[in-house]
Design a protein. Sequence first.
Length: 301
Amino acid sequence: MKIAILSRKKSLYSTTALFEAAKARGHEVLVINPLRCYMNITSHNPTIHYKGEKLDDVDAIIPRIGPSITFFGTAVVRQFEMMGTYSLNESVAITRSRDKLRSLQLLARKGIGLPVTGFANSTKFTEDLIEMVGGAPLVVKLVQGTQGIGVVLAENRQAAQSVIEAFQGLKANILVQEYIKEAKGRDIRCFVIDGKVMAAMERRAEEGEFRSNLHRGGSARVAKITPEERSTATRAAKIMGLNVCGVDLLRTNHGPVVMEVNSSPGLEGIEKATGKNLAERIIMFMEKQARSKSTRTKGKG
C-alpha cells in the first residue's frame, strides 16, 4: 500500500513513528507538506500536485494537520477524498473536532458529560455569563487555542470580568468554563483507535500551573481508567466521527467530563508513558480499513 502522511515536518516524533511503523510493515510511505500541495478542482478528474508531480497513486493518507493550517489542510484531505483515497480521519470529522464550540455542542446533544460552558459575543451581560458557569474561579479559553495556549484561569470575579472583556474587545471567540477544583491540575488522555481505548495516561501540571499539557511542562504516567471513562472516550470519538483521536477527560465529583477531542493526537508522550507502539496499531487498523472510494464524507461539505 502507498501511504502519504500529511505533515509539515518529517522530524516530528509522531510523523517519524508513523513513517517507521508503515515501512516496517512493508508499505511505501511519503511525507507530504500539505501547504505545498496544489489542487485541480474539477468534477471529472480532481487531482493533487506536489513538487511538480501528480499524486494519483496514493492508496491512503494519514492527516497530521496542525490547528494553524486547518482550513487549507482539510481542503487537501477533501481533495484526496474526492479522488477516492482513504483517509485515516476524514475531513468533516477533523473540521468538526477543531471547532471547540461546535464539538462541545455535538457532545452535549448526545449526553456526554462536559464542564459547564458559556459562550457569548456581547460584553453587556458578562456578570450573568460568569454566574451561569458557577462564578469565579473560572477558565477562559480561546476557541482557536491549542496545547494550552489561549487558556486563562481567572481566580476571582474581577479578574474574570476583565479577561472576558479584554478577549471580546479583541473580537476573539472565547468559551467560559467552570473551574473543576477536584481535578487538581490533572487530566486523562485516552488514545482511541477504531472505537477502542488503546492507551491512557494521566497528565499532571507542574507546580504552580493548572494546565496539564506536556508542552507546558506537565508530566505523564500510565493511567488506569474506569469503565465509565472508557465508555465516555469511545462515545466522544464516535460522535466526532474520528477513527483515531485523543480524548481528554477530567475526573470530577460527578464523573468524567470531556475537555477536548483531538484529531491529531501526539504519540510521543503517551507511547513513552505507556510503552505501547500506537503508531504500529494505527497502521494495522489502516491495513484492514483502507479501500479505494470508501470515504463516507465524499460529496459532503
